[in-house]
Design a protein around this ligand. Structure first.
Ligand SMILES: [Zn+2]
Length: 113
């Protein structure tokens, strides 16, 4: 069951997290508190995706984190990719997860590897 695509959900209304000012943005993965795990979801592109809600301990910003497990059949090694999307609130994150994987359309601040 998938919710309808909603343009309003793709917008962000808050202030950017303090991590967007930092040069070593990739260190964000060691800094954010985990608030909630959504579990594994199906992705349209055939990989396994886990979502979690994380919170910046410094400024209180919420991030929906997309953890994509890309299965490489040739060598048996799974590659993990983490994408960080800043969202307005935990409720905003819940709705985005409900939609599925439309994150390439998300207009809010993001940190991608
Ligand atoms: Zn922050």
């Amino acid at each position: 069951m998938t919710a309808e695509y909603d343009e309003e959900l793709m917008q962000f209304h808050g202030e950017n997290c303090c991590w967007f000012e930092k040069e070593d943005k990739y260190l964000i993965r060691f800094s954010l508190d985990i608030v909630k795990q959504y579990g594994e979801k199906d992705a349209s592109y055939g990989d396994h995706v886990h979502y979690m809600l994380r919170k910046c301990p410094d400024c209180g910003a919420y991030f929906l984190v997309e953890d994509v497990e890309q299965i490489s059949w040739s060598d048996g090694n799974d590659r993990m990719t983490y994408n960080y999307y800043q969202v307005d609130s935990p409720e905003h994150a819940d709705k985005l997860v409900e939609i599925g994987d439309p994150f390439f359309l998300y207009k809010g601040p993001k940190i991608l590897p």
